[in-house]
Write a protein that binds this ligand. Structure first.
Ligand SMILES: [Ca+2]
Length: 197
């Protein structure tokens, strides 16, 4: 092989190596993005791939069997994020529903119902905010009365999506005070710390 041929061979080898590297880099990038961020009817889902799949299944179930509830979710929840504890950050832009694994992975129907439940908290907060120039009082979107309203919506949704009877019964047994884990009659920081859901 003469010098010219060797140079030509090296040139093609470089192209092949560079193309391969670019392909690997792009593939990894696409995988990383789809694993952590995926638009779903406009909602961004942040978490592991298993979490993303679970949330997508729950959203699909709502879209198919409880379309009115699904519309509320799309309007009032912008991000669903895997977290240590569940809670609705209605006051962030976009409104973010943080959901713990215990709630998300209990079952797809339970996950869907909890998303629907918290979309009502966000709706109450954001509708008030849009209609008033004053700060949103806590009792507009939290507290026992509001929890009972959210649970009522959740039960209706759970029935539409054919949730197991024991899940619906558990909701019907609630008195709307599930947030008050230290039993002092109000929602406080300790309640949040005590959450295991
Ligand atoms: Ca409390």
């Amino acid at each position: 092989m003469n010098i010219k041929k060797i140079r030509l061979f090296c040139f093609f080898l470089k192209i092949v190596v560079l193309s391969f590297c670019s392909f690997v880099f792009l593939s990894c990038n696409v995988q990383a993005k789809s694993g952590n961020l995926k638009a779903n009817g406009g909602i961004s889902v942040l978490g592991t791939r298993e979490f993303e799949n679970q949330i997508n299944e729950a959203l699909l179930l709502l879209e198919e069997k409880a379309p009115e509830a699904y519309e509320i979710v799309l309007e009032y929840i912008g991000v669903i994020k895997q977290s240590e504890k569940s809670g609705m950050n209605a006051y962030t832009s976009p409104p973010t529903y943080e959901i713990a694994d215990r709630t998300a992975f209990y079952s797809v129907t339970w996950c869907a119902g909890s998303i629907a439940h918290d979309s009502i908290h966000s709706k109450l907060y954001n509708d008030y905010k849009d209609q008033h120039s004053t700060p949103v009082p806590d009792d507009i979107w939290t507290g026992q009365k509001v929890e009972l309203e959210c649970i009522k919506h959740q039960i209706e949704v759970m029935q539409k999506i054919d949730a197991p009877k024991h899940e619906i019964k558990h909701l019907k047994d609630q008195n709307g005070m599930h947030f008050d884990l230290n039993d002092n009659g109000k929602y406080d920081a300790e309640d949040y710390e005590l959450r295991d859901w």
